[in-house]
Design a protein. Structure first.
Length: 433
């Protein structure tokens, strides 16, 4: 059984196209059940995030023939993909990538490990893959092969994060800000953070800080309604920008990211807050361009002020660290891909062994029934045992003997050697090793 991946991501398709070809939680069950009805598809998992949409399929053995293989130019998976979203296949095919078998295995492991993500090493994708796996299991479209592949991918992702430093260094300004805060304060469960702004960067910073068990979050924004909406997500408080001075003394950490053309927080306001705090330090990160915090604030004692440029230096260094970790991760994946291929190749032997055992049991049952009849007819046990041994031997050896004679005629020395290894050569005695 072969494997295939068909998909698009942030590298191959613009946001507008990714949005149109994404599957919603409501449409995914229908899509999965429709996908396994495509001729030749026996198992299916669909991974759909803001940055990628991918179809993982296991194909029936009959589809491994060259004239039946799926490519991004035929009328099979691409046609299904485009039709499901009401689009023309010609308009999307140039944005799709296509992996087969070994490369599908490698790709799944790289995706789960964050090596194919927009932010190298980001951990969220592994959770998203687990959700896709769970849904396919629920819908009955996940079989033995894809199930094993995804389980291996999750195990590889865990090993990569454990054995490499790919996830230890922040590579987004929001993550960098939260990580620096922890470096300065240690544990953050007693800290209060003031977030100035309510956009995507501030929301991401809030999520990173919440994961560090921050005690309290205060959101300040020009729109109090928008501030309240974000604050509600984190059980925090909302204030308007003009009331920052009234609450600044509560903040151990300040992170600002607005679109204001002028500074929002000045030196005088910060000085007054420090006096009320009895000069307890404040860690301030200004992620805005142009800046939200007056540069003079950084000259105050007990203030740790970082700008977006300061963080970029940290991020650049950390990206280099992640690149080095990614090289280690690829070595791990190379090894695990071969392990998966070995397992899949072993399935052929498992099927043969199962059929061989079934045939042997059928032979045994048939001869045993005849032996019981001979005993019931009054034949001596010695004669029946001789009949049983002779008949079983003949039945087991008849077809192999016939095929081996033919192999000799056809000069199939490989079959003759295989028979010798299977039935004649004795295994090595472990005591003599």
């Amino acid at each position: 059984m072969s494997l295939i991946t068909l998909g698009l991501n942030h590298k191959t398709a613009p946001l507008e196209l990714r949005e149109r070809l994404a599957f919603t939680p409501q449409t995914l069950p229908e899509a999965l059940n429709s996908l396994v009805k495509v001729p030749g598809v026996t198992e299916a998992v669909i991974l759909s995030t803001c940055n990628r949409t991918e179809l993982y399929c296991a194909l029936h053995e009959d589809k491994q023939a060259e004239d039946a293989r799926y490519t991004v130019n035929d009328q099979s998976l691409v046609q299904w993909f485009s039709s499901f979203h009401g689009m023309d296949a010609d308009n999307i095919s140039t944005h799709l990538y296509h992996h087969e078998h070994k490369e599908t295995i490698r790709h799944a492991m790289e995706v789960a490990s964050g090596l194919d993500s927009m932010v190298l090493g980001e951990p969220q994708i592994s959770g998203q893959m687990k959700q896709a796996y769970a849904l396919a299991t629920h819908e009955g479209t996940l079989g033995h092969i894809l199930g094993k592949l995804f389980q291996n991918a999750f195990a590889v992702a865990k090993q990569v994060r454990t054995d490499t430093a790919i996830g230890s260094s922040p590579v987004s300004v929001a993550f960098a800000a939260a990580s620096l805060a922890k470096q300065i304060f240690g544990e953050l469960d007693d800290a209060t953070v003031l977030l100035i702004g309510a956009g995507e960067t501030i929301e991401l910073a809030a999520r990173h800080l919440q994961s560090q068990n921050i005690r309290q979050i205060i959101v300040a924004n020009r729109s109090l309604e928008r501030a309240q909406k974000l604050a509600d997500e984190f059980d925090g408080d909302a204030i308007s920008l003009q009331h920052i001075g009234d609450h600044l003394q509560r903040a151990d950490i300040v992170i600002a990211s607005t679109a204001s053309p002028l500074p929002i927080l000045g030196k005088g306001t910060v000085e007054r807050a420090l006096k009320k705090r009895k000069h307890e330090p404040i860690f301030i990160v200004d992620l805005a361009v142009p800046r939200d915090i007056e540069p003079e604030v950084g000259k105050l004692d007990d203030i740790y002020l970082y700008t977006v440029d300061d963080l970029q230096e940290v991020i650049s260094e950390n990206l280099e660290n992640r690149q080095q970790a990614a090289e280690q991760a690829h070595e791990i994946i190379d090894d695990k891909v071969e392990h998966f291929l070995d397992w899949q190749r072993s399935l052929v032997a498992v099927d043969v062994i199962s059929e061989l055992r079934s045939t042997a049991i059928d032979f045994s049952d048939e001869v045993l029934r005849k032996a019981h009849k001979h005993l019931a007819a009054g034949q001596s046990p010695e004669d029946v045992l001789a009949f049983l041994a002779h008949t079983l031997t003949n039945k087991f050896l008849h077809q192999p003997s016939t095929e081996l004679r033919k192999a000799g005629e056809d000069e199939r020395h490989d079959l003759i050697q295989a028979a010798r290894r299977l039935f004649i050569d004795k295994p090595a005695d472990p005591k003599n090793k």
